[in-house]
Design a protein around this ligand. Structure first.
Ligand code: SAH
Ligand code: SF4
Length: 376
């Protein structure tokens, strides 16, 4: 479904594109820098706030651009470490933005790593069998301005009083593009959003602190390797053989392991940095020690870090999380093989932390999505 906002979204503009629009309307090009400053350094939420601009220019801005592409409709704080923000877009679509606070080892107790997790699509077309985002299918891609607006809303929420968005964002250690949707299927809008996030005139957030997670869109992994901004890559593997991966990830039929793994290798060789292999542990699907051994081999070959995630229950799906003993045995195989691996006992289970679940629940309540039968 296509959605074209009535007006262009201000957060979708780059310095260059804004400059062009200003010049075309007879304004001075340097105003573009002032406007970006208001948006990202001083955190204006409307044209009215931009007090060093002339009245006619403020009126032009207000008329030309949409300043509020996303409105928070629900804010779920878990007792645990994950907070979820449900945002409503101009067409009433819902997306999730998540804040994760993970305590840091060896540092004072109040010191935690802060991560923002953003969405790139409404729903997802890739239909992984364990995932809430894939359950209701793909609705649409997000616009650049809707991706950037997620950072702005997080900054507002974190501290409504601090005047500077970029400073607020700097308190975050990492950004992960792991929310709803397949980021590499909305490639151009995402790259533009990350350009705005990364730019000095924008939110000034380092590319090396940004991780993009993909279910394995091979041609786009090669494209990403060629991007000048050096993002990190996380690959959602979830199966160490085609047979297992295919059962839960339809995308594997299009890009099986013999194509996917060389793409991952090319990426990591180009960047000279470790990629992460995400592996959700699902009982009797991919949690055997044989899978662990095969995964260890893949990880060693790619010189990759493995992130094990015990399956997070999704309403309507009857997959089961393996016992803790099985999880431990699995990670031990990796460690014994000399692979760097972490077992992430899940965060924020009590607020439906697995991506896409909060939206699914809300849309079901609103009657926008029919409940699905068990097992997708
Ligand atoms: N589409 C991209 C990014 C979004 S999904 C991708 O698939 O990588 C982000 C991560 O959440 C993926 O690793 C995905 O496999 C994982 N995930 C999805 N559903 C989950 C669940 N029920 N429990 C645990 N992790 C889940
Ligand atoms: Fe889409 Fe990722 Fe969920 Fe698969 S795991 S359905 S690719 S969001």
């Amino acid at each position: 479904m296509k959605y074209t906002p009535d007006k262009p979204l201000i957060y979708g503009e780059t310095l260059e594109s804004l400059r062009e629009r200003l010049v075309a309307s007879g304004e001075k090009p340097f105003r573009a820098g002032q406007i970006m400053d208001w948006l990202y350094k001083k955190r204006a939420s409307s044209a009215e706030d931009m007090t060093n601009l002339s009245k006619p220019l403020r009126a032009w801005l207000a008329e030309t651009f949409e300043f509020t592409p996303a409105t928070p409709v629900l804010d779920k704080r878990s007792g645990d470490v994950t907070d979820k923000l449900l945002l409503q877009l101009g067409d009433r679509s819902l997306i999730e933005t998540v804040i994760i606070r993970a305590p840091q080892k060896g540092v004072g107790q109040d010191k935690s790593r802060k991560t923002i997790c953003i969405s790139t699509q409404v729903g997802c077309a890739f239909g992984c069998k364990f995932c809430a985002s894939g359950l209701a299918g793909w609705k649409r891609d997000l616009h650049t301005g809707e991706i950037v607006a997620q950072f702005i809303e997080v900054c507002r929420r974190e501290d409504p009083n601090t005047p500077r968005a970029s400073e607020e964002l700097a308190s975050f250690d990492n950004l992960v593009v792991m929310g709803m949707g397949e980021p590499l299927a909305n490639y151009d809008a995402l790259m533009r959003a990350l350009t705005i996030l990364n730019a000095e005139w924008g939110l000034n957030f380092g590319a090396r602190r940004i991780t993009i997670s993909t279910s394995g869109l091979v041609p786009r992994i090669y494209d990403l390797a060629d991007e000048p901004m050096g993002f990190r890559l996380a690959l959602s593997l979830h199966g160490a053989t085609d047979e297992v991966r295919e059962q839960i990830m339809p995308v594997n039929r299009k890009w099986p392991l013999k194509e996917l793994l060389p793409a991952a290798k090319a990426f990591s060789e180009k960047h000279g940095r470790m990629i992460t292999l995400e592996f959700i542990l699902i009982q009797d699907i991919n949690d055997s020690l044989d899978q662990a051994q095969r995964l260890a081999k893949i990880a060693r070959n790619l010189h990759a870090h493995v992130n094990l995630i015990p399956y997070n229950t999704v309403q309507g799906l009857d997959w089961i999380r393996p016992s803790e003993a099985q999880q431990d045995a699995f990670v031990q195989v990796l460690h014994e093989a000399g692979v760097s691996a972490t077992l992430r006992r899940e965060k924020g289970h009590d607020i439906n932390a697995a991506c896409g679940q909060l939206r699914l629940q809300e849309e079901r309540e609103r009657g926008q999505i029919e409940p699905v039968p068990a097992k997708g």
